[in-house]
Design a protein around this ligand. Structure first.
Ligand code: GTP
Ligand code: MG
Length: 255
């Protein structure tokens, strides 16, 4: 089994990518198990093989304890931990091949709490990795692109697993902007130039320090361009996933 956790900010396309990556795998005769780990989602673009809502639903905590949406997700994720053995067993008995985990929408309630780290460690097999999604629509400004990469870096810092960054929704943005983002990825000095145009004073000073970190991060981690909607870039994503699968847990650096 190769476990792939899809993590990213709210609305970045985690569920849509779970759908399109699994469709791609199935079309290439590769077994796949789709796991929904979002206790609050109402509608999914795919039919999950394992669905955490079978054990825990955020709306139950809202109704029973009068919690708001975020409080209910925190309570659900905590409760999920008590059910982890059952969830794990169901995942293990659902098939082989790729196991794709679609994670909760409010990533900070899942990723940045110890319980999220515990859940992912309990669900990780020997071979596992993270796909981190950056939303192309959010990344149009240099400073927003840097913020998205910082978020990605903090996910890597948190889990220290092989990780692939994907810039999703490339179908949605104008070719001219896409070229610009590609320029930032391939030649971070262009990103620095753009930051200098966009920011002034203390903000620029701070962002220059942050830029140095991001530059190093981009040296290690490539960013793949995909569209979960049209399927563009999924074949390259699969190639990189296979490299990680064959290279094992030590395979951090991407070509
Ligand atoms: N144009 C375009 N839209 C996309 C793409 N991927 C996702 N979307 C749209 O973005 C919206 C959010 O997609 P989801 O897949 O639900 O995103 P998510 O990260 O699972 O959202 P939460 O779980 O609520 O955080 C939906 O309207 C999708 O149709 C893409 O590649 N291109
Ligand atoms: Mg989702």
């Amino acid at each position: 089994m190769f476990n792939v956790f899809i993590i990213g900010p709210a609305g970045s396309g985690k569920s849509t990518l779970t759908h399109s990556l699994s469709q791609w795998l199935l079309a290439h005769d590769i077994d796949v198990v789709r796991v929904n780990l979002d206790p609050a989602v109402e509608k999914l673009p795919y039919e999950p093989d394992v669905d955490v809502r079978e054990w825990v639903r955020a709306d139950f905590f809202m109704e029973k304890y009068g919690l708001g949406p975020n409080g209910a997700i925190i309570a659900s994720v905590d409760y999920m931990a008590t059910q982890i053995e059952k969830i794990r067993e169901e995942v293990l008995s659902s098939g082989s091949g790729y196991v794709i985990f679609d994670t909760p929408g409010q990533m900070e309630l899942f990723v940045f709490r110890d319980i999220g780290e515990y859940l992912i460690s309990q669900l990780s097999e020997k071979r596992s990795c993270i796909i981190f999604i950056l939303d192309a629509v959010v990344a149009l400004r240099a400073s927003s692109f840097v913020s998205s990469l910082l978020l990605s870096a903090s996910v890597f810092y948190r889990f220290h697993k092989p990780m692939i960054n994907v810039l999703n929704k490339i179908d949605f943005i104008n070719g001219k902007y896409l070229e610009k983002i590609l320029g930032w990825i391939d030649n971070p000095e262009e990103l620095h130039d753009e930051l200098r145009k966009e920011l002034v004073g203390t903000k620029l000073e701070l962002s220059t320090n942050i830029y140095e970190t991001i530059k190093e991060y981009l040296d290690i981690f490539n960013v793949l361009l995909v569209s979960a909607k049209t399927g563009a870039g999924i074949d390259t994503l699969y190639t990189v996933l296979q490299q990680i699968y064959l290279g094992g847990e030590d395979y951090i650096v991407l070509p």
